[in-house]
Design a protein around this ligand. Structure first.
Ligand SMILES: [Zn+2]
Length: 272
């Protein structure tokens, strides 16, 4: 009786597993989202250049990533497969939906932390490009009580304050520090709120913009501001930061000139 019961159970379990596997296959087939179609090759070139520039400027190293929202379909974004940014070429660019599911993976491996991008694009319709990096000068400000504040006009966009995302609080306990699922991506996007940058405790930061050029510009000058702020504080006296009105005015003026450094950085990074 026991044997029969066990066999019946096993048969039933096997059938259930087969059914579940078939369901998973069907769901998997359905889960691959449709492509929003090809984009202007110039945009892909800019995304490749952004990867090279961020490496050349010391914002990313073997790690870090930059994405751009699909210009024709806001529910899609484009980002390299999981390789070092400095080595990215047009052939490495993949398309994702906002769940960060690849449209056409073809065996290519995705960045573990792609959910940062998908969830910020979902939460922020104004954002057209997202950079995630571990730029070294920024790290201390994510783990200390000293807030990152705009020290000069080039980083005036930091004037609204730079929040710190604590993944332990978001996850309800210790993690491997990686934003490796949609829930953590949503929590990070919530911490970012309407701002251009957020620090990630013990990890790095996320920087966004209304264009690839703007997101790259802000990433470079967030790193620069962090380095300069630490230097200014090390001098020992009180530090005078841009006040809110100065930050607002300067961000408006400097924000209109991001193409100038972009052209320079691009030329240097691409070696032409
Ligand atoms: Zn990371």
């Amino acid at each position: 009786m026991t044997t029969t019961t066990r066999r019946t159970f096993l048969v039933a379990s096997t059938a259930a597993l087969a059914h579940a596997a078939a369901f998973a296959r069907a769901a998997g087939a359905q889960a691959a989202p449709a492509s929003a179609g090809p984009v202007d090759p110039a945009l892909i070139d800019d995304l490749v250049a952004a990867n090279r520039i961020l490496a050349d400027q010391g914002v990313v190293d073997g790690y870090g990533h930059v994405s751009v929202r699909h210009p024709a379909k806001p529910q899609r974004y484009l980002m390299s497969r999981s390789i070092a940014p400095e080595t990215v070429t047009a052939a490495d660019i993949m398309e994702y939906d906002l769940d960060s599911t690849a449209v056409d993976a073809r065996g290519r491996v995705s960045y573990l932390e792609r959910f940062i991008h998908g969830e910020i694009y979902r939460a922020r319709p104004d954002v057209k490009s997202v950079v995630h990096n571990h730029s070294p000068s920024v790290i201390p400000f994510g783990v200390s009580t000293v807030p990152l504040r705009p020290l000069y006009h080039m980083s005036a966009f930091l004037g609204g304050g730079v929040p710190v995302f604590d993944i332990k609080a978001a996850a309800g306990g210790p993690t491997d520090m990686l934003v490796r699922n949609p829930a953590l991506g949503r929590a990070l996007a919530a911490t970012l709120g309407p701002r251009p940058a957020a620090l990630m405790r013990g990890h790095g930061c996320v920087v966004v913009g209304a264009s690839i050029q703007m997101a790259v510009f802000r990433s470079v000058y967030t790193e620069m501001n962090a380095k300069l702020q630490a230097q200014a504080m090390a001098l020992g006296g009180p530090v005078t930061y841009l006040d809110d009105e100065e930050a607002r005015l300067a961000a408006g003026s400097v924000g209109g000139t991001v193409v100038r450094p972009w052209d320079l950085w691009r030329k240097k990074a691409l070696g032409r």
